[in-house]
Design a binder for this molecule. Sequence first.
Ligand code: PAZ
Length: 315
Amino acid sequence: MDSATLHKDIDSFFDSAPPLKDSAKITDKLNQFIQFDSPSSEGKARVVCVTSGGTTVPLEQRCVRYIDNFSSGNRGAASTEYFIRAGYKVIFLYRRGTCQPYCRSLPEDPLLECFELADASDFRVRQSHSEAVKGAIGNHHAAVAGGLLLKLPFTTIFEYLQMLRIIASSMRSLECRAMFYLAAAVSDFYVPWKSMAEHKIQSASGPLDMRLMQVPKMLSVLRTEWSPMAFCISFKLETDSKILLEKANMALKKYKMHSVVANELLTRKEEVTVVTENGNISVCRDKTRPGSDVEDPLIELLVNRHSTYIKDAST
Ligand code: PAZ
């Protein structure tokens, strides 16, 4: 696709999208977050935008039904914790209801499982969960209060891409200190808002014929226009191992990514392959350490590569 057609498709996607609620507030929050610099960073703080969870595609404007994209948000949440540990400020752009940083060791229903009634008027943390609850609250509070974590939720593909564009332009001034770590599972097809049914689609009318448009690929404009100096990592998920690396390589070249993290659905928690223009690097979870995860060595590798990128840019 030539650049003029891509830009036309992107404009028509954004023109037809329902306006983002609170976009001025989001921009203010972002600017404050990015500008706030702790004394230890000496004005050189690195900021990463971690995207996490799947986007939805509404089928009706007053949405009852939607198409969803698989993602628990575990990768984004875990990676956020490791980026913060490495000294990054993280803009966590996440799907509402998905896994959150520092909550991975809590049970599925923390409120009901971690707390118990002490008496009729008071409650307390169950002894069995007290370490996990203390850790989650303490780490989360330290990250937010220290200006290291800003959480921004999305649900639909329209919200996600509008927010990503705002974030990218806010991060532009950081030049090569900015990083995008695009782990969200983003819809490839959508129903344009203007051609979408307003009310709940009725089943009495028989089988449903619906034409989905292709979501324009925004990765290349993110790289070349929205935040051209940023270090960009995208993800490629496949279920067929035979095509995974080839597709990741194509994405690397087509969207000019600095690396593409390739993963298979069934093994994604055990290993990933970081595809770069100088070759592929396999990253595995350390199976000898109980509770270890693949995001730990993955973020270490990407932080090192980002350091080299910053160093090369300044020489
Ligand atoms: O969110 P999760 O931990 O369940 O899974 C992570 C993932 C597989 C969604 C992510 O690693 C990924 O590959 N994201 C991009 C998906 C895509 O190709 O659209």
